[in-house]
Design a protein around this ligand. Structure first.
Ligand code: ATP
Ligand code: MG
Length: 294
């Protein structure tokens, strides 16, 4: 490309539009597995869609096909096919219910984290070509505090940490919050308490975690709300239909709606200051998680 060609790239209207329409990234994480991340990610994506947002739901959980299962989808490929050059990103994106798009990445996320810089730059460029179609990218990061999880969370604009009253979940959620705040002190972190027996229990769990964060990490987290343990959620998961579609007026659906509103209310970065999905991963994938963070 000529000198003029490359510099003019930055001034075309099309590029200006793309840059100003960069989507916001919401990452859903937890530390401990099985606490409700995928359920929350899927329903959040659908509720955002209901609010007329264009949404891309990214299944970045390295354990097999959670998002696909919950939505009853059968993707024809995943990110591994893009990394190997067999498919394009657009080829592997599948349509989910109500018009959300789903990017099946799952176990290929590990290939991506370990990929050459060029591979990630190619992914980044390719997503740049159509990321402006989305207002919000929701990433189901999967469990743990590995680089696959932290690189997505650190590249996100807002992070939802899911915790249940189980002591192991509390310890792991605190561990994740600690790592994220050490690496990104200004990151907006919202705690959602799931599978609680009452709203009071959920709020008290939040207060306890917030106190720990204030005392030991000199920071603050925000409360996204409490989702009760409810058989409608289990039933919806079994039916492979998200609870907000299957039981739209149930208590968990109402709690998920409140969580969505709370998340949208958090101040967001200016669209021009946001980081791209793959750029975020590329910039944060070498962050090592030390023993003292466990
Ligand atoms: N509020 C709830 N009430 C009752 N059951 C729930 C609730 N939230 C989640 N569950 C149940 O917990 C199970 C695990 O949920 P989910 O798959 O969303 O967790 P996860 O954190 O994504 O797990 P993993 O770490 O394995 O990816 C689901 O089968 C679902 O039935
Ligand atoms: Mg999951």
């Amino acid at each position: 490309m000529s000198e003029t060609g490359s510099s003019s790239r930055f001034f075309t209207l099309a590029n200006l539009r793309k840059e100003t329409n960069r989507p916001e990234i919401f990452a859903i994480t937890s530390g401990k597995g099985g606490v409700g991340k995928t359920n929350i990610s899927v329903n959040l994506a659908l509720l955002l869609r209901r609010l007329k947002k264009n949404v891309l739901l990214v299944d970045a959980d390295i354990h097999l096909g959670n998002v696909d299962l919950m939505l009853g989808l059968r993707p024809s490929g995943n990110l591994a096919d893009v990394i190997s050059g067999e498919k394009t990103l657009e080829d592997i994106i599948v349509k989910g219910p109500t018009g959300i798009d789903v990017l099946p990445a799952s176990s290929a996320v590990l290939d991506m984290i370990d990929a050459e810089e060029d591979v990630l730059k190619k992914l980044e460029e390719s997503f740049l070509g159509f990321e402006h179609n989305y207002d919000i990218v929701v990433v189901d990061t999967g469990a743990g505090i590995g680089r696959n999880v932290t690189s997505f969370s650190l590249g996100a604009d807002k992070v939802v940490v899911v915790v249940t009253p189980d002591p192991a979940s509390i310890a792991d959620a605190y561990g994740v919050i600690k790592i994220l705040l050490q690496k990104a002190p200004d990151l907006a972190i919202m705690l959602v308490t799931n599978m609680v027996h009452s709203e009071d229990e959920g709020e008290n769990l939040f207060k306890k975690m917030d106190l720990m964060v204030q005392r030991f990490l000199q920071s603050k987290i925000l409360f996204g709300g409490a989702i009760l343990r409810d058989e409608n959620v289990q039933d919806a998961v079994r039916r492979q239909t998200p609870v907000v579609l299957e039981y739209p007026n149930s208590r968990p659906s109402n709690a998920l709606k409140l969580m969505t509103r709370n998340l949208l209310k958090l101040p967001s970065k200016d669209a021009t200051e946001r980081t791209g999905l793959f750029q975020g991963v590329r910039e944060h994938r070498h962050i090592t998680v030390g023993k003292d963070n466990d």
